[in-house]
Design a protein around this ligand. Structure first.
Ligand SMILES: [Zn+2]
Ligand SMILES: [Zn+2]
Length: 387
């Protein structure tokens, strides 16, 4: 079974929505216009219930099937937020907002889920209830967590939840998925190394925080190479080093380090946090300095549930003929919070041979819309077949 014909018909309309969203990117929880556009369209489609302001600027729509003997409730989730990137695509519909850009394709995700909502509202060819979830702040703000904390899952009795992301490099309109851990836990750290500043010609009268910082940066890589089991995945990256000295002849009093830790299991995450603190504090103490470590836990590991993943892959095969095994991704995904609350699965849809996400020349591929929309619709119609 290929893509649904209705989505081939709707393609120009859904593409126009996508490009309008692309012109008006909004960052994190600031998705005010986007949320209003989503809510207004859901209303026009005849959704049975539309609630705004879930997780600050999130929107939830409810679509009831022709019957509800199954009592099933399926959640379908898209993200709406853009990135603080200056767009360099040169597209006719490029961002109208300086320093903001839909560089992760969330404009496409929102448009595709709207397309599916339009189709499902028209046809209602299922036995149960669909909850369409439009979340803000996927790119680091935890909008998915806030929607969950607002009680979304219980309020609408969501039993299973599904998500999708476009994937540059994956053939256009094809799918890839994997069960179990899929996207990494994404943590951040700040390390402040306090030494004793002084004249660069008199190092013996100082505690050189720059030298300490260099040792800490190097030693932190031993978490990956010596503490972690080699078969596990982990990334430790120090991404910023800032010295309190701006002069060639002043030894810095203080050096600050920033970075990120990516892991694929809670055990690895706990180990990394513990070792990071011990290494920074111990190394600083060795040189007579002091390290102050702050470790921030971000998104948890995103874990696809076995049964729902198998079903999602079968649906993808029915739409696109095949479904690939996806690789592990060391990036984070806020959908992890929804998958902690309910069983479900997250799938990748091919964006074709395009620039990578988060690149200033990236663009969502509108030709992926029929496949993406069909997958959403088939999830509903195959999971809750019309009575
Ligand atoms: Zn992104
Ligand atoms: Zn994204």
């Amino acid at each position: 079974m290929p893509v649904k014909n209705r989505f081939a018909e709707l393609l120009p309309e859904i593409t126009a929505w996508r490009r309008d969203l692309h012109e008006h990117p909004e960052i994190l929880f600031e998705t005010h216009r986007t949320s209003a556009v989503v809510a207004e369209k859901l209303k026009a489609f005849g959704c049975d219930e539309i609630v705004t302001g879930i997780g600050r600027t999130g929107v939830v729509g409810v679509i009831k099937g022709k019957s509800n003997t199954s009592g099933k409730v399926i959640g379908l989730r898209a993200d709406m937020d853009a990135l603080p990137i200056h767009e360099q695509t040169g597209l006719a519909y490029k961002s109208k907002i300086d320093g903001a850009m839909h560089a992760c394709g969330h404009d496409g995700h929102t448009a595709m889920l709207l397309g599916a909502a339009k189709y499902l509202s028209e046809t209602r060819n299922f036995d149960g209830t669909v909850v369409v979830i439009f979340q803000p702040a996927e790119e680091g703000g935890g909008g998915g967590r806030e929607m969950c904390e607002d009680g979304m899952m219980d309020r609408w009795g969501v039993q299973e939840v599904y998500g999708m992301h476009n994937w540059p490099g994956l053939p256009l309109g094809s799918f890839a998925i994997r069960p179990g851990a899929f996207f990494a836990a994404t943590d951040q750290f700040d390390i402040t190394i306090e030494g004793k500043g002084g004249h660069a010609a008199k190092p013996h009268e100082t505690v050189d925080s720059t030298l300490v910082a260099a040792h800490v940066v190097t030693a932190l890589q031993s978490i990956v190479s010596r503490n972690a089991d080699p078969v596990d995945q982990i990334v430790v990256s120090v991404t910023a080093i800032e010295s309190s000295s701006k002069a060639f002849n002043v030894i810095a009093q203080r050096v600050q380090l920033k970075g990120t830790v990516r892991t694929m299991s809670t055990a690895m995450r706990d180990l990394a946090e513990k070792r990071l603190k011990a290494i920074a504090e111990g190394t600083a103490a060795t040189f007579g300095a002091k390290a102050d470590v702050t470790y921030y836990r971000g998104y948890p590991v995103m874990v696809n549930h076995e049964e729902q993943t198998e079903f999602a892959a079968e649906v993808a095969k029915s739409v696109s003929g095949a479904c690939d095994d996806a690789p592990l991704v060391m990036g984070g995904e806020d959908f992890a919070f929804m998958l902690e609350e309910r069983p479900g699965a997250y799938i990748l849809v091919g964006n074709g041979d395009t620039a990578a996400v988060h690149h200033p020349e990236y663009n969502f591929n509108d030709d992926a819309i029929p496949a993406g929309c069909s997958w959403w619709a088939e999830i509903v119609e195959q999971r809750m077949p019309a009575a």
